[in-house]
Ligand binder design. Sequence first.
Ligand SMILES: Cc1ncc(COP(=O)(O)O)c(C=O)c1O
Length: 428
Amino acid sequence: MRDFRQPKGRDLLDRCGGFFEWQDTRRRSGTWPFSRSTESGPNASCAVRDDRGNLFEGANFSSQDYLSLSSHPVVKAAAVEAIERMGVHSAGSPALVGNTSTSVELERRLASFLGMSYTVLFPTGWAAGFGVIKGLVRSQDYILIDALAHSCLQTGAAAATRNVVPFRHNSVDDCRAKLAKIRAKDIDAGIMIATESLFSMDSDTPDIAALQSLAREYGATLMVDVAHDLGNLGPSGTGHIGMQSMLGQVDLVMGSFSKTFASNGGFVVTNSPAVKEYLRFYSPSCTFSNALSPSQVATVTCALDIIEAPEGAVLRERLMNNVLSLREQLTRRGLGYYGDPSAIVAVASGDEGLARLTARKLPELGLLANLVEFPAVARGKARFRLQVMAGHTANEIETAAACMEAAAISATAQLENRKTKPPQALAI
Ligand SMILES: Cc1ncc(COP(=O)(O)O)c(C=O)c1O
């Protein structure tokens, strides 16, 4: 994919052709496992159509509905009720009249859930990540960013300043060294440290408390993206921030509703009313974009009700049991995976060719799983990001492990075969 990031030629439209040709060769050989659509929404098992129109059915480990709230009857009823009462549209920016009494209440609820005071809602998590950086950081400022941080943070950083300094993934020491160097030459610049509480390609976590005290020591601001763990991990669903006893103590927390909260939308929470108001009017992806619709707000609010209730604890326990069972079964079958137990079980595949052949086999066997390859992860470190849900049955967990093993065996045999035969017309 990276080869086509800087296409050559002055015709902006014409130069898209190189990527399309490469993609289409993969599509025709069945090794393009992206842009699929479900027939039924993100259920634990579902039918999925690929972008050639082929239909597959299987256990769905490619959706991020971690607590399975998207099909929860009470959540669905809340969305329908909101549509009946308030219509389907917010029809305005939050800076004008796009908010509703329910979105204002959601802001209050979310801040309190995170032990903080104020929330700014955004149309998506991506918009929140981009917007919190672009809204606060100016060209003379610096951003220290974890080298593996999400696209929304990287793009926000690049849009805000040329002074973007990546630090080694989850390395507090490297962050400290780079922060000290910046401060030694510039005592006046603003500095934001941007990281995530749970990295979705590796299922690992930084020492948030250490990063926050580092930020305080050097007069910097810490911003943590909690998209993947908020609601589904930690005490009462407060994620790694809660697990590290940092509730209410991180300078800025941003996240997404698109995983555990069963909707689209994003947020930033802060303890400062001034920061909240500043973001609302200077973060372009908030100010100049429509507010969440009433049904999105109702979905998220109802999901939060469940997350905070005893039912949330039951769902989190079910999710973690599924995660631990999947990891155990993969180990038994000789398959490796990355990181610590979380809803993301990233099964190591390695070589891109092997991974693409494995991806081609999976849907035939009855498993829907996302392939992640370079440049989203390092070259030679391709993996299958299995996203586990509370609603997966024991049978679906077993299917996932068995299919991963069978597909890897089949792909390895195919690759061996290719070494001894003349090349086939297969783009891998
Ligand atoms: C870490 C992280 N931050 C932000 C986002 C963006 O969230 P959304 O899907 O709500 O735009 C994602 C989702 O892909 C993510 O993984």
